[in-house]
Design a protein around this ligand. Structure first.
Ligand code: F6P
Length: 326
């Protein structure tokens, strides 16, 4: 096992609040151990273009509270080619980098897995995505902040929905996962969550109208996951117009608002713990693992398992939304 003296750190894919807290933790923990740290700009793209700068302890001062990522981020198609990865490896070696810490979601970890295998490079990943769709951690960095943003927005929408007695479809991010929609619904007291994990063939819109809305309520908020299988907020509102014209439906798509803002305390603590644990993992000789937190403890999960999608929303939470929305 070669001794590590210098690491590179990058953020890739969609940004997530708490990425800066993670960059800070990795940098400070590495410096604490006497390693040098290199900030790689714009994710894998910066590795290919050689945008690499040395980071000191004060390079990460005053960023724990900031959303986004000071390293910038990108989705990089060139890194999907063997040629692009070879250039990235050559630049990494030229900069004297022995190991990488990458922060991002499933695309980032997929890239890390291929790169690590191809060039026998130690890589440790931190789960940074608002989608919470990675196995090997109870929550991902950014998820809690996005959830709080959703709750704040729905609280406001509730005022106008109640006043006008309207049905609101609020579309939230999450790519193919329904964590934000489902837990956003629980936290905001929404009447329903329409998520990809519940597409069992039942007509969730009809169930909502028949069982809840029509019986006892004049207004309702429905959180809709952005996955096409849900029909999306616009699709559902069009159906209401056609099939249930007695209801006045409106649509709000929260979009990239959900990715911004100052990270919550929970995300800052998660990012700080995972960042320090990433350095610990490299010190111990671990490689090609994602660092996560399960039941309050740090765990290391091989990349293939982290990407396995074995984690899924809790069915009991699906039932909870139904039970509490009568
Ligand atoms: O993966 C994070 C995420 O915000 C998803 O929830 C969303 O589908 C996607 O990124 C949007 O990507 P972009 O910012 O590239 O449009």
């Amino acid at each position: 096992m070669a001794t590590i003296k210098s690491i590179g750190i990058l953020t890739s894919g969609g940004d997530a609040p708490g990425m800066n807290a993670a960059i800070r933790a990795v940098t400070r923990a590495a410096r604490y151990n006497g390693w040098s740290v290199n900030g790689i700009m714009r994710g894998y793209k910066g590795l290919i273009t050689g945008e690499i700068e040395e980071f000191h302890s004060n390079s990460v001062s005053n960023i724990i509270q900031r959303g986004g990522t000071i390293l910038k981020t990108a989705r990089c198609d060139e890194f999907k080619s063997a040629e692009g990865r070879k250039t990235a490896y050559d630049n990494m070696k030229a900069a004297g980098i022995d190991a990488l810490v990458v922060i991002g979601g499933d695309g980032t970890i997929t890239g890390a897995q291929v790169f690590a295998e191809e060039f026998d490079v130690p890589v440790v990943a931190l789960p940074g995505t608002i989608d919470n769709d990675l196995s090997g951690t109870d929550t991902t960095i950014g998820y809690d902040t996005a959830l709080n943003t959703i709750v704040e927005a729905v609280d406001k929408l509730r005022d106008t929905a109640t006043s006008h007695e309207r049905l609101f479809f609020v579309e939230v991010m999450g790519r193919r996962a329904g964590y934000l929609a489902l837990n956003g619904a629980i936290a905001s007291g929404a009447e329903a969550a329409i998520i990809p994990e519940s597409q069992t063939g039942d007509d969730q819109l009809k169930t909502l109208i028949d069982n809840g809305f029509r019986k006892s309520k004049n207004s309702a908020i429905v959180l809709v996951a952005e996955d096409p299988s849900t029909g999306g907020a616009l699709g559902l509102a069009e159906r209401v117009e056609r099939e249930f014209p007695q209801y006045d439906a409106r649509v709000t798509i929260l979009g990239h608002l959900q990715r911004g803002g100052s990270p919550t305390a929970a995300d800052r603590i998660l990012a700080s713990r995972l960042g320090a644990a990433a350095v610990e993992a490299l010190k111990e000789g671990q490689r090609n693992v994602m660092v996560g937190l399960k039941n309050g403890d740090i765990v290391y999960t091989p990349f293939c398992q982290a990407l396995s999608k074995s984690k899924t929303v809790k069915q009991s939470n699906v039932e909870l939304v139904k039970m509490l929305s009568i």
